[in-house]
Write a protein that binds this ligand. Structure first.
Ligand code: HXC
Length: 512
């Protein structure tokens, strides 16, 4: 009897191993790795333990009884990445197009439940044709139960989605609910309604790539946080991200050995003399953080704001910076969304925030107003005000109008605010301000152009500097640019045990 059972086990195991061979052939034809290969390349060698290998499809409808769907098209298990414990699943497109049936969904929800209970990140690799058509409402139920857990896990354990094939229909909403989405050029495709439906309903022809390929997601739609040219590059990005984030919301990210910035980056040499000349905010970041190592998030979407992780004295920090190279670093609909979500991630996972300010204001224009810049712009105010992690702000050059307030000003609860001597803090830029408040004086003077210049200069001397704000206590210190790292390090050290009470409430109502 025992012999028979052992034989039966090995027969089943052989079937699964053979299916891996078939998967290799099918996936290779599409330039893709198999689900198993993907997991093994992301996690530490030998660390992956697979669970629920023998689960089979729950339905026998519409010919499913005649099909052997190994693992019901998804591999689930636990492993480590750079010593960091994680839960992981990978959909197997070679098995019924990676479509999601009930058993497939239950394997995913089970590994998600593990991640939540064990307090470790969950990584999902998506490569699927969506809800398994033959399983009808049970597939929809499966998706619903995944979305439910994505939401429950939000802010408790980090959630990472890697899109390595189609992610079609309602399936896209699981990645959309997670914290970080990775895409790979030519391989990732995300859409709610595919090209066939668009052709039927709207009569428009569009390829899957143009509709929802990796570049679209990373540059236009803003659904993806990381873009890679190949699966290998993507896996390196995932591994790097995992080193910056904690296991769960009760922990801090693992510290690294502290390192000074690389000598090539010196702030005083990065900032141009002329305040109208732009510079790359990422160079300033590299001049401040450990080893000049900055992991930028969403670099191709709304690049007028820069967000990402770095370390100071070996500890992870989140950075939000206006980017003078793009649209002079204004805030608009997309950059407000991008920054607000990042701020909320950092706050949920105990990551202090460093904000670098150089902003002429919110982007003016009909397009922005009609796209809801009021509603979207409010998200960044909400996110900063709500955040209770240490908040440190450095005003580098311009801090005008709503932009001054929004970029983590003292008034939104910043713990330490510093300004460089050339900072300009005012309601609006000198030209615009002088034209409005001295309108009549300029118009009635014998030489309006000369008077205008004079008034602009007067305004600059009076308001466009950091000293009015400093004299009101809105700024803690006016510092030399090259002293920035020293001041930020000290502020982080002093804020280590920051305690801020939140008013009792079920939850706030951010302007989603
Ligand atoms: C069952 C599916 C499937 C699905 C693919 N397959 N999608 N089986 N349910 N949803 C199967 C195919 O029958 C085929 O089986 C195998 O997977 C490979 O599919 P192909 O079409 O041959 O592959 P390819 O040409 O690469 O095209 C991939 C694809 C296409 C673009 C993903 O299959 C497709 O458009 N599928 C449907 C996508 C979709 O609209 N999904 C939304 C479903 S509704 P064999 O046996 O021939 O190998 C949904 C709602 C969820 O998801 C709502 C939640 C809120």
């Amino acid at each position: 009897m025992l012999r028979q059972l052992v034989d039966f086990f090995f027969k089943k195991k052989r079937q699964i191993d053979e299916s891996e061979q078939i998967a290799k052939e099918k996936q290779k034809k599409q330039g893709k790795l198999t689900a198993r290969e993907r997991i093994e390349r992301i996690v530490d060698p030998g660390s992956f333990h697979e669970w629920d290998m023998f689960v089979q499809q729950a339905s026998t409808e519409l010919g499913l009884d005649k099909k052997f769907l190994p693992r019901d098209g998804v591999i689930t298990g636990t492993a480590s990445i750079m010593g960091h414990p994680i839960c992981i699943y990978a959909q197997d497109f070679s098995v019924a197009g990676g479509s999601l049936g009930l058993a497939h969904a239950r394997k995913i929800t089970k590994i998600m439940d593990h991640a939540i209970k064990l307090g470790i990140p969950i990584i999902g690799i998506n490569d699927s044709g969506g809800a398994r058509i033959q399983e009808g409402v049970n597939s929809l139920a499966g998706y619903g139960e995944i979305f439910y857990r994505n939401t429950k896990a939000s802010g408790v354990v980090p959630q990472i989605s890697i899109i390595l094939g189609p992610c079609a229909g309602g399936a896209v909403y699981s990645p959309a609910l997670t914290d970080f989405v990775f895409v790979v050029d030519k391989i990732s495709k995300m859409f709610i309604t595919g090209p066939e439906v668009i052709k039927t309903v709207l009569g428009e022809e569009i390829s899957m790539e143009e509709l929802g390929g990796a570049r679209v997601q990373a540059e236009i739609a803003g659904n993806a946080h990381f873009f890679a040219e190949s699966e290998e590059e993507c896996f390196e990005q995932v591994k790097k991200l995992v080193t910056f984030i904690p296991w769960n919301n009760k922990k801090k990210a693992d510290p690294f050995p502290p390192k000074p910035p690389k000598v090539d980056y010196k702030i005083s040499q990065i900032i141009p003399e002329d305040p109208r000349q732009p510079y790359d905010a990422r160079d300033v970041i590299k001049a401040i953080v450990d080893d000049s190592d900055f992991l930028e998030i969403m670099p191709h979407f709304a690049p007028n704001v820069v967000i990402g992780f770095a370390r100071m004295n070996g500890e992870t920090i989140g950075i939000v910076a206006n980017q003078p190279l793009v649209l002079a670093g204004v805030l608009d609909v997309d950059s407000s969304d991008k920054a607000a979500r990042f701020i909320r991630f950092c706050d949920a996972f105990n990551i202090p925030l460093l904000t670098l300010v150089d902003i002429p204001g919110y982007l003016p224009g009909v397009d922005q107003e009609h796209s809801g810049v009021i509603r979207h712009g409010a998200k960044i105010l909400y996110a900063y005000s709500e955040a209770t992690v240490p908040k440190i702000t450095v005003i580098m050059r311009k801090a005008y109008g709503g932009g001054y307030i929004a970029m983590c000003s003292r008034h939104l609860g910043a713990d330490f605010v510093f300004a460089w001597p050339m900072a300009e803090i005012a309601v609006m830029g000198p030209e615009g301000a002088a034209n409005i408040i001295y309108k009549n004086e300029i118009a009635n003077s014998p030489n309006p152009e000369e008077t205008r210049k004079q008034k602009v200069q007067e305004y600059i001397e009076k308001f466009a500097n950091p000293f009015v704000a400093a004299s009101n206590g809105y700024i803690d210190a006016v510092i030399e640019p090259d002293e920035t790292r020293k001041y930020v390090l000290h502020s982080l050290f002093i804020s280590k045990n920051k305690m801020e009470q939140v008013l009792p409430k079920k939850h706030g109502i951010p302007p989603f």
